[in-house]
Write a protein that binds this ligand. Structure first.
Ligand code: DMJ
Length: 673
């Protein structure tokens, strides 16, 4: 065969240009004369002796070198200039060139602290830029080797592009010119304002991981490895004793069922993707493909199944690009829709996903405020992906109504809302904990998801944080910890749920997105408090609820725990906030605090045969009284936030591209920063 292709030897190719010197020059005849005039004349003579071709080639080479020089100067010029500038974390830089230091400088002036007694927050560390990871060019990507599924992965689509259709671009042009104000404060034109009229256009594509070939793998550090080890241990128990069921009971080596939909498995899908657990992910995917069925005669809670199942499927679809997860998301999304068929359009708490019927709890026609206002990120995204507006319309309607309702107290909402009247009920009680918590979180996150255009959401959020400052913030004794208490009919209670520890992270996220820097200060003060809720307890684990001491008493710490409140359910909120605070400040103490917490989970909640368990008594290190249950959010949230907290890679779920739902499932921001 080879002979068939052998061709006649080609003529010798000349890959060079010969320049012939005159014999005189070659021999250096004429002796050595280095005068300028001689040299000029001699050069000129040589030039004239060259052929026209030779001259053109030399001129071309000169021109080529000159252009190349200019280009490389400009491309190395920038980094060079920045190297010669002052370091960015120099506080003086911020003073001299405001906005240079912060990627998203505050655009609203610091709001007045309405609680005059509170004064400044304690000992606040100056805000620092996170230590930048090695600069990478090109699209951001997930650095962990995520499971490959070449067949199913569509070409990498940056979520920022997903919404760049001409209509949207046009809309953006229009909105760019507008400004909004909140109590007279102006938000700059890049914080656009018009309510998005055409968010739902046509089916969207996933924002799946960047082409993996472009990735430089970032080595995992020891703490991340420890998280992976913890996850594997938890997964081992789930796989062995609870596979396909909702929750593992690690001590009795069995499982519990809530909805009967493999809750832990679905909640953990994107965590496995982010941790790079390929085999586990593939196995779980198979279960989703072959065994997950929603046509079941079962009552599910609308909120819980939205944040865990719909949210988990949507984020896994975005990370993996695997359409299986979108199909499943559509299925569950459709099956949840009957919940919105109520006289007021405020959804019922429960839906039978097999029968298509919905109802409130047996004892009331009320729904919980946090529940009906914390399903929006997921349903809005489902509309964007499917092109079907009905999902978004249903949840936007809820927000619209809640926006105008009376019964709020400086932006703080009651905990219940009636599905017949659409009005708040049980007025007068205000908390950032159970039943209200994620209302506040989703105000900010929807605003971010939608490209910071929806003014009413921002207004409600800003007003609510003012309400928190005015009515709920206090300082404890002896450590002067800033905490968020509760208000019941005008009476302040120094009670704080661990659930409230989502707030520092949310405040920091708002500050990162241009809200007042004052929110960042509050975030830093509150995360210290949340950490103390662990550090001041015998096991180093926080109880479900604490009461803070308002008066110094000898031998008493800031944190008091009532016997009924001393359980720990492996909740994520503090590590979640530690993750945000670390991302935005780069202060390593947040990683260290998270590391302590992980070690204490390992010490007191790890079950040797596989899995972790919630415990009944965080105050008894010798017998923390295991409860025999591993909540799905331990894998969905707690371990995921731990892993992200220990990472120095801001592109591992970039917070300018993704917004986490309240169950830690990242969804794309429609118009990323
Ligand atoms: C999770 O299901 C969600 O984070 C929810 O918003 C609050 N409760 C649990 C975790 O504690």
């Amino acid at each position: 065969g080879a002979a068939m292709y052998s061709a006649a030897a080609p003529p010798p190719r000349r890959d060079f240009i010969s320049v012939t010197l005159s014999p005189e020059e070659a021999a250096g005849a004429g002796g050595y004369n280095n005068s300028k005039a001689w040299r000029r004349r001699s050069c000129w003579r040589k030039w004239k002796q060259l052929s026209r071709l030779q001259r053109s080639v030399i001129l071309f080479l000169f021109a080529f070198l000159a252009v190349g020089g200019v280009i490389s100067y400009t491309s190395i010029g920038e980094p060079w200039k920045s190297l010669t500038n002052k370091p960015l974390d120099d506080p003086k830089v911020e003073a001299e060139a405001p906005g240079l230091k912060l990627a998203n400088p505050a655009v609203l002036p610091a709001l007045q602290n309405a609680n005059a007694n509170l004064g400044d927050y304690p000992e606040l560390s100056p805000q620092k830029l996170p230590k930048p990871p090695p600069v990478r060019r090109g699209p951001s990507n997930l650095q962990i080797k995520a499971p490959r599924r070449d067949v199913r992965l569509k070409p990498r689509q940056d979520p920022s592009r997903a919404v760049e259709d001409p209509v949207q671009a046009n809309q953006q042009d229009k909105t760019d010119k507008s400004v909004i104000s909140w109590r007279g404060a102006v938000i700059e034109p890049d914080q656009i304002t018009e309510p998005p009229s055409n968010k739902v256009k046509e089916p969207e594509k996933p924002s799946s991981v960047e082409a993996e070939d472009q990735k430089e793998p970032v080595p995992l550090n020891d703490r991340q490895m420890a998280v992976i080890e913890a996850f594997r241990h938890a997964w081992k128990g789930y796989k062995e004793f609870a596979w396909g069921h909702d929750e593992l009971k690690p001590l009795s080596k069995s499982y519990s069922e809530w909805f009967g939909l493999g809750l832990t498995l679905i909640d953990a899908l994107d965590t496995m993707w982010i941790l790079g657990l390929n085999e586990e992910f593939e196995e779980a995917r198979k279960w989703v493909a072959n065994d997950l069925a929603f046509d079941k005669n079962v009552d599910v809670n609308l909120f819980e199944s939205t944040i865990r199942i719909l949210g988990g499927l949507l984020s896994t679809y975005h990370l993996s690009g695997d359409s299986l997860f979108l199909e499943k998301a559509k299925d569950i999304g459709n099956r949840l829709m009957p919940a919105f068929k109520t006289p007021s359009k405020i959804p019922y708490s429960d839906v039978n996903i097999g029968r298509g019927t919905a109802h409130p709890p047996r004892w009331t026609s009320d729904s919980t405020v946090a529940e009906v206002t914390s399903i929006q990120l997921e349903f809005r995204e489902l509309s964007r992906l499917t092109g079907d507006e009905k999902f978004q319309k249903a949840v936007d309607e809820v927000m619209k109504q809640v926006h105008t309702l009376s019964g709020k107290n400086d932006g703080l909402v009651p905990m219940f809302i009636n599905t017949n009247s659409g009005q708040f009920t049980h007025l007068g009680v205000y908390t950032l904990g159970a039943r209200a918590d994620s209302y506040y979180e989703y105000l900010l996150k929807q605003w971010i998801q939608g490209g910071k255009k929806e003014n009413e959401l921002l207004e409600d959020y800003m007003r609510a944080i003012e309400g928190v400052k005015k009515h709920l913030l206090q300082r404890s004794q002896p450590k002067q910890l800033t905490f968020v208490g509760e208000l019941a009919h005008g009476h302040f209670s120094a009670k704080m749920d661990h659930l409230v520890c989502f707030l520092p992270g949310t405040l920091a996220l708002g500050a990162h997105n241009g809200l007042t820097a004052d929110h960042m200060k509050l975030a830093e003060a509150l995360i210290e408090t949340c950490y103390q809720m662990y550090a001041q307890v015998e096991t180093g684990l926080s109880p479900e609820i604490v009461h803070f001491n308002l008066h110094a008493q000898k031998g008493h710490k800031d944190v008091e725990i009532k016997p009924a409140d001393r359980h720990n359910l492996l909740r994520p909120e503090t590590v979640e906030s530690l993750f945000y605070l670390y991302r935005f400040t780069g202060d390593k103490k947040y990683q260290d605090w998270g590391w302590e917490i992980l070690q204490n989970f390992n010490k007191y909640t790890r079950v040797p045969t596989g899995g972790y368990t919630s415990i009944n008594n965080v105050q008894n290190p010798s017998n923390p009284e295991p409860r025999d249950k591993m909540e799905s959010f331990f894998l969905g949230e707690t371990l995921k936030y731990m892993f992200l907290l220990f990472s120095d890679d801001i592109d591992l779920i970039n917070l300018d591209k993704y917004v986490f739902n309240t169950e830690a499932h990242p969804l794309p921001i429609w118009v990323p920063a």
